[in-house]
Design a protein around this ligand. Structure first.
Ligand code: CTP
Ligand code: MG
Length: 243
C-alpha cells in the first residue's frame, strides 16, 4: 500500500455525522504590520480583526462544537474582548510558530474517529459562510483547503534574484484558510513534521509531507490575510460590501 492510499483506506469516517471543531491561531505578533499591537487586535468597524474572524465561525449554522483560540502567553489584549464569555470558546497558549500554535490547539481536542477540525487564521476576517459551506461539502477523506488559482504569471527566481523559469500557472494555487482535516491525521502529521524540523506554514503542507493529497476548493479573493498596513483598508472595504 502506498502512503498516498492511506487516507482512502481509512475512510471510515461517517462524514455526514462528524463532529466539527475549529482552531483559530491568534498568537502571532504581526511584525509585517508594524502596528503598536498584534494585528488581530486592530479595529475595523468598531470590532477587532479577531472578533470579526471568530464571529464568522460562531454565527455559522453548523455549530462548531468548540472553537479553540490560541493566543500568546500573557496576551494583554484578550481580556478586554466580550466573546470570552462564550462557552464554546476555549482559550489556550499558542507556540513559537503558527504550526506550534495550531498543534497546541489540536492537543486540546478529545479525539474520536469522527472528529474534524477547521483551522482558520485570526488574521482573515473577511471569510464568508458560503466558503465554510464549500469546505464542508467536500467528502474527501484527505481533507480540503480553500485556495485561489494564480492569476499573475509566476516566476521562479535564482538566489541572485534573476528569473530561472516561468512556472505553469494553471497548476499554481494560493492557499488560504480555513483548512479542514480529520483531527487525528492532522495532529500526527503536524507533530511529525515539526519533529523533523520542517518549515510548516499551513496545515496542508504537514499533510502533504505525511503523504496525503488534500483537496483544493476554490475560495474568494476577498478572503485576504491581513499582513501589511495597506491590507487594513482593503479588509474594511470588503467587510462593508458583505453587509
Ligand atoms: N500565529 C500564531 N502563532 C504564531 C505565529 C502566528 O497563532 N507563533 C497566527 C497569527 O496570529 C495569524 C496566523 O497565525 O492569525 C497567520 O500568521 P501571520 O499572518 O504570519 O501572522 P503573524 O505571524 O502575526 O505576522 P508576521 O508574520 O508578519 O509577524
Ligand atoms: Mg507569521
Amino acid at each position: 500500500m502506498t502512503v498516498k492510499n492511506q487516507a482512502k483506506n481509512t475512510a471510515l469516517y461517517a462524514l455526514e455525522n462528524r463532529r466539527i471543531v475549529a482552531v483559530v491561531p491568534a498568537a502571532g505578533i504581526g511584525s509585517r504590520m508594524q502596528a503598536d499591537k498584534p494585528k488581530q487586535y486592530l479595529t475595523i468597524q468598531a470590532k477587532t480583526i479577531l472578533e470579526h474572524s471568530l464571529n464568522v465561525l460562531l454565527s455559522h449554522p453548523v455549530n462548531f462544537d468548540q472553537i479553540i483560540l490560541a493566543v500568546a502567553p500573557n496576551d494583554p489584549y484578550l481580556s478586554e474582548l466580550p466573546f470570552l464569555a462564550n462557552p464554546r470558546i476555549c482559550v489556550i497558549n499558542g507556540g513559537e510558530t503558527r504550526a506550534d500554535s495550531v498543534l497546541n490547539g489540536l492537543k486540546q481536542i478529545a479525539i474520536t474517529e469522527n472528529t474534524w477540525v477547521m483551522v482558520h487564521d485570526a488574521a482573515r476576517p473577511c471569510l464568508t459562510h458560503a466558503d465554510i459551506d464549500k469546505l464542508l461539502a467536500i467528502k474527501d477523506p484527505n481533507g480540503a483547503i480553500l485556495a485561489i488559482p494564480a492569476v499573475d504569471t509566476i516566476k521562479r527566481a535564482t538566489n541572485q534574484r534573476q528569473i530561472q523559469q516561468t512556472e505553469d500557472r494553471n497548476q499554481i494555487w494560493l492557499a488560504q484558510t480555513p483548512q479542514f482535516f480529520p483531527v487525528d491525521l492532522l495532529r500526527n502529521a503536524l507533530q511529525t513534521a515539526l519533529q523533523q524540523g520542517l518549515s510548516i506554514t499551513d496545515e496542508a503542507s504537514a499533510m502533504e509531507f505525511a503523504g496525503f493529497q488534500p483537496h483544493l476548493v476554490t475560495g474568494r479573493t476577498d478572503n485576504i490575510k491581513i499582513t501589511r498596513p495597506e491590507d487594513l483598508a482593503l479588509a474594511e472595504f470588503y467587510l462593508s460590501k458583505q453587509k
